[in-house]
Design a protein around this ligand. Structure first.
Ligand SMILES: [Zn+2]
Length: 108
């Protein structure tokens, strides 16, 4: 990173301000187009995670979903529930979705 800044400083020194501004603009554009979609996706997933109830709240709101063998979907009664990490398989924020009807059920 320091080397890159050094090269940029030399470029600006030798070729004048306009080409320096051009390089800076190009680098910023590349960084933004690379990272902005990732940030947007994680933020919308976080908002989705944030508004879901916890497993205790889910069972309090939907007492009939506590089956003999695990928890069932409040929409379609399926007991097949998927455990999904909002930003990758090992992410600490988990959303539990119904495998049958794709409803968001609760979070962990
Ligand atoms: Zn369902």
């Amino acid at each position: 990173m320091e080397f890159l800044l050094f090269v940029m400083a030399l470029t600006i020194y030798f070729f004048g301000r306009s080409i320096g501004a051009f390089f800076l603009g190009w680098i910023l554009t590349a960084l933004f187009s690379l990272f902005f979609p990732i940030i947007k996706v994680v933020n919308s997933s976080y908002a989705r995670w944030d508004k879901l109830p916890t497993i205790q709240q889910y069972l309090e709101l939907n007492p009939s979903c506590k089956a003999q063998r695990g928890i069932t979907c409040k929409v379609c009664n399926s007991s097949s529930i998927r455990n999904w990490g909002i930003a990758g398989p090992d992410h600490k924020y988990r959303i539990f979705l119904c495998n049958h009807c794709d409803s968001d059920l609760y979070k962990k």
